[in-house]
Design a protein around this ligand. Structure first.
Ligand code: SAM
Length: 352
C-alpha cells in the first residue's frame, strides 16, 4: 500500500517530498513508527556504526535579550535568578570536562552581549591553546553580526548550533516577537558560508504547529544540509506566555528524529535533554531511532537549575561526573558504545 511505499522510499532513497512527508505523518500508526525507527537505526549504523559521540555542555549565562514566547530564560521572565560565568569559571568547566574525557565543548547561553566578540575570541583561543589539537569548540550563543561569526571562527571555533526553531514563517513570528524569520536563516547561511560545522533544528509540538509545518522543517533541513540536527519536544514553562499550553509528545519527536536520520543520513543528531525530561528513557529511545550524539551537562551544579528553558529539566542536582557516567551507562544499556573523539560529521570529513 501507499504508506508502506513511502516508508520504503525514504529508507531506500533518503528522499520524500513535503506532500509525501505530510501524508506519512497524517496516517502513521504505531506499527509504521517501529518500521521507521528500525530503518533509521540501520541508516545511522551505515554512516556512523554503533558509536555515540559525547559533547560536554557548558550553559555559561542565562541572561537573554530576546523574548521567545516558549523559553524559560526569556528577557521578560523576572522570576529567573540570572547568572553569568566568568571566563575563568568557563575554563574551569573545560578543564573538568577534559578530565572526564570530553573532546567537544559546547558553550551555550542566552543572547548575552556582555560576552563581547573580543572576550569570546580570547576565551576560544585559550581553550584551543590548552587542548590543541584534540578539542572542538561549539558555540550556541544566538544571533550576532556575520563579522562576529567570522572573527570567532578565526579565533578557533569549529561549530555553531542555532536551531531554526520552526520553518513556518507565521509561527516563527508569533513565537519570536523580538526576532525576524529572515535573520535566523541569514545567520545559518552565514555560519555555513564561513566554514563552521552548523547545527540547525526545531521543536516538536509547538502551539499551532501543523503536520505540514513539521514536514517543512524536514524539507528545510534537507535543503540546508547542516552537519548537526537538534530536535526536541516543546515543553511548557509556567513563567512564560505558553505556560498553559500542551507540550510535544515523545512519539511525535521520535518520528521526527527518525525521519531526519533517513532524509539527512550523514548528520549528527543528538538525543536531546528535553527528550530525557519527557520520559526517563527518552534519550535511549532516540538513540534507537537514529540519534548518535548525547550532550551531558558540565555546567556547575550551583547554577544548573537557573538554566531552566522548560520545566522539570533533568540533572539539576547532578555534578559533571554524575552526568558523564550516567550517560555512558545509558548508551551501553541500549547496545551502543561511547566514542570520546571529536566526532566530526561525515559531511565535514568527506568535504574537509
Ligand atoms: N540563545 C541561543 C539560541 O537561541 O540559539 C542558545 C540557547 S537557546 C535557550 C537553546 C534552545 O532551547 C533553543 O534553540 C530552543 O529550541 C530550546 N528551548 C527553549 N525553550 C524551550 C522549551 N520551552 N521547550 C523545549 N525547548 C526549548
Amino acid at each position: 500500500n501507499k504508506k508502506h511505499n513511502l516508508l520504503e522510499k525514504v529508507y531506500q532513497t533518503n528522499d520524500l517530498t513535503k506532500e509525501e512527508i505530510t501524508d506519512l505523518l497524517e496516517t502513521i500508526t504505531s506499527e509504521d513508527r517501529e518500521i521507521l525507527y528500525s530503518n533509521a537505526l540501520k541508516t545511522k549504523q551505515t554512516y556512523y556504526g554503533n558509536k555515540v559521540y559525547l559533547r560536554g555542555l557548558i550553559e555559561f549565562s542565562n541572561i537573554c535579550r530576546q523574548d521567545c514566547l516558549y523559553c524559560g530564560i526569556r528577557a521578560s521572565n523576572a522570576k529567573v535568578e540570572r547568572y553569568r560565568l566568568t571566563p575563568g569559571e568557563i575554563l574551569a568547566c573545560c578543564d573538568k570536562g577534559y578530565e572526564l574525557g570530553y573532546r567537544t565543548f559546547v558553550l551555550q547561553s542566552g543572547e548575552d552581549l556582555w560576552y563581547t566578540e573580543e572576550l569570546l575570541g580570547a576565551l576560544i583561543h585559550e581553550i584551543k591553546r590548552r587542548y590543541y589539537p584534540e578539542v572542538a569548540v561549539t558555540l550556541s550563543i544566538g544571533e550576532r553580526r556575520a563579522e562576529t561569526y567570522q572573527s570567532l571562527f578565526a579565533s578557533g571555533a569549529d561549530r555553531f548550533l542555532m536551531r531554526h526553531e520552526t520553518a513556518s514563517k507565521k509561527l516563527y513570528e508569533t513565537l519570536h516577537p523580538t526576532m525576524r524569520f529572515e535573520d535566523r536563516r541569514a545567520c545559518l547561511n552565514a555560519l555555513k558560508e564561513i566554514g563552521y560545522q552548523v547545527g540547525a533544528g526545531f521543536m516538536v509540538g509547538l502551539p499551532g504547529q501543523t503536520l505540514a509545518d513539521l514536514a517543512e522543517d524536514l524539507c528545510y533541513l534537507k535543503e540546508l544540509h547542516p552537519d548537526m540536527i537538534g530536535i526536541g519536544p516543546f515543553i511548557p514553562h509556567s513563567e512564560t506566555p505558553l505556560g498553559a499550553e500542551k507540550g510535544g509528545t515523545i512519539e511525535d519527536t521520535l518520528v521526527m528524529v527518525a525521519l531526519a536520520r533517513l532524509l539527512i543520513p550523514d548528520s549528527l543528531i543528538p538525543a536531546t535533554t528535553a527528550l530525557g525530561t519527557l520520559h526517563p528513557q527518552g534519550r535511549e529511545m532516540a538513540l534507537k531511532a537514529g540519534a548518535n550524539v548525547v550532550m551531558p551537562i558540565i555546567t556547575p551544579t550551583s547554577v544548573r537549575k537557573q538554566y531552566a528553558l522548560y520545566e522539570n529539566k533533568i540533572c539539576g542536582d547532578d555534578h559533571p561526573e554524575d552526568c558523564r557516567y550516567c550517560i555512558e551507562r545509558r548508551i551501553q544499556s541500549v547496545g551502543f558504545e561511547v566514542d570520546l573523539g571529536r566526532g566530526d560529521s561525515q559531511q565535514f570529513i568527506s568535504w574537509g
